[in-house]
Write a protein that binds this ligand. Structure first.
Ligand code: AHR
Length: 518
């Protein structure tokens, strides 16, 4: 009897056997070491960044109380609802480069009386200061997030920074606390995180590291902890590979700081002049984007090693308070607004970066994706009353199960994703156990062409069921638009099979998967 070739093919695929002339589906091996201790995953690794840039604040978050767009005290209700799903732990504000030209007293009091200014960094637009300290802290409380405020070092004064902290956090019968009361807020706010300037090596003042280290020490002396509020003080850190900056800051100011920042953007092309399109790219640029994302691992290792020299007990946290993809702006948009679409490629970048932060959780205490809405690698895009959630949003929502859970160490052996002469690991993974005892395993497949079988062994863990969700799409360039908002969204995942201590996962090409083991 002649067996049809298609039946042979099907049988071979089902059995996982190699067909003549064709390589077997690549496989990864993974051991979940639930029998070994791991650090608690700081929820602040899932932080966000909202700058006065383009339509991040105005239009994205703030529409004003008079708007026909449904809002709570001027803040969009649809945005509040979407962000609540992410459990955003912390929001960095007001910049970015904007922070070093922001004068906070211009942003308090009756809105119609607030002075305007020019936002010189971002499109030269006129900033009316309608969204200031009260509005930002209201926004944080509406979405249940901590505040991370960056004070102005570049064009501000120590007095200004000192008074801002007093205004926000003091309950004394003091000038700034009384000014706050006069502006309608009786109780002080809790403000946990303060950064002293932004990118002081560049837009924040073009300083030398030794000079900035002294500035940090001076500002840090005068921004006070008022009763009931203890600040976590973040010094402005390095730009990517600038290890000299980290060395100088740790040597000269390490003992005064709680955190040291690091900024690293993924450029698909590696060229700031021609960064490439967010949506129109080929596999070469897909690969390069992911390879450049994974370069962050080297940065974390090398900056941490320098910090270890001065701070072997790891008291000072590494705060990656700007990260994400940066492409050429959407054609037709204001180039100063840094507006870009967000595809399946960005979802993979988000998954890889979040895994890197988790895998360095002993040193990295916070990370803030740039940026929250309508700017760079955004969670949300808006256009007047319209709103769309990006693939990156969905990764943050799927991964939020790791927040505050205890990391479960993973041992992973991954096949390579090879393109030409270059290769990167195809699979990235991280796991955690939450307080209810559920174990979550997140996986990323960087390979846009091949599914990968992950053969996983559970060590020190007995699970009865496995369930999960997957984010994937037919093309690398797939993205959500206002007209088609659900092109890329999480789906139920049935590709994981549990057999005693063995878990087999059929990880689709270009996918992000999160599993729950109970
Ligand atoms: O996120 C956009 C800009 O990138 C920030 O304002 C600045 O800090 C960085 O250079």
């Amino acid at each position: 009897m002649k067996i049809p070739t298609s039946s042979l093919l099907l049988a071979a695929l089902c059995l996982g056997a190699a067909l003549p002339g064709r390589a077997a589906e690549p496989a990864a091996t993974l051991t979940l070491r639930a029998d070994q201790p791991g650090p608690v995953i700081n929820r602040n690794l899932y932080g966000q960044f909202a700058e006065h840039l383009g339509t991040c604040i105005y239009g994205g978050i703030w529409v004003g109380p008079e708007s026909t767009i449904p809002n709570t005290r001027g803040i969009r209700n649809d945005v509040i609802a979407a962000l609540k799903q992410l459990h955003v732990p912390v929001v960095r504000w007001p910049g970015g480069c904007f922070a070093d030209e922001y004068h906070w007293k211009d942003g308090i009091g009756p809105r119609e009386q607030r002075p305007a200014m020019i936002n010189t960094h971002w499109g030269g637009v006129v900033e009316n200061n309608g969204f200031g300290t009260h509005e930002f802290l209201d926004f944080c409380s509406l979405i249940g997030s901590e505040a991370y405020v960056c004070v102005n070092v570049g064009s501000g004064t120590v007095k200004e920074a000192m008074e801002w902290v007093e205004y926000m956090t003091s309950d004394a019968n003091s000038p700034m606390a009384n000014l706050r009361r006069a502006n309608g807020r009786a109780e002080p706010w809790k403000v946990k995180f303060v950064a002293v300037g932004n990118e002081s090596w560049g837009c924040g003042g073009n300083m030398r590291p030794e000079y900035y280290a002294d500035e940090f020490r001076r500002y840090n002396t005068f921004i006070k902890d008022y009763p009931g509020n203890t600040l976590y003080r973040v010094a402005g850190g390095s730009n990517g590979e600038d290890y000299e900056w980290t060395e100088a800051l740790m040597a000269n100011a390490g003992k005064y700081m709680d955190g040291l920042s690091l900024h690293y953007y993924t450029l698909a092309t590696g060229d700031w002049k021609t960064k490439g399109s967010a949506t129109d790219f080929d596999e070469t640029l897909w690969f390069a984007t992911l390879q450049r994302t994974l370069h962050l691992n080297d940065l974390l290792v090398r900056h941490s090693a320098i910090m270890d020299k001065y701070d072997p007990k790891k008291r000072v946290g590494l705060v990656v308070d700007e990260w994400g993809t940066w492409y050429d702006p959407t054609p037709g948009s204001n180039p100063g607004f840094l507006q870009q679409q967000n595809t399946m490629r960005d979802a993979i970048v988000a998954g890889l970066n979040l895994h890197l932060f988790q895998n360095h959780a002993d040193r990295v205490t916070m990370a803030n994706i740039a940026q929250m809405i309508n700017v760079l690698q955004a969670m949300i895009l808006t256009d007047k009353e319209k709103i769309v959630l990006t693939p990156t949003y969905h990764v943050f929502e799927m991964f939020n199960v790791h927040q505050d859970a205890t990391a479960v160490p993973v041992q992973l052996s991954s096949p390579d994703y090879v393109l030409g002469t270059e290769k990167i690991p195809a699979v990235s993974a991280a796991a955690s156990r939450n307080q209810a005892g559920k174990v979550h395993l997140s996986l990323v497949n960087t390979n846009p062409n091949d599914a990968i079988t992950v053969n996983c062994t559970l060590a020190g863990l007995t699970a009865k069921t496995v369930t999960g969700r997957v984010l994937t799409a037919p093309t690398m360039q797939a993205h959500n638009t206002f007209a088609a908002p659900e092109t890329v969204k999480p789906q139920a995942f049935s590709g994981a099979k549990l057999d005693g201590a063995n878990l087999t996962i059929a990880l689709p090409a270009k996918s992000v998967v999160v599993l729950t083991l109970e």
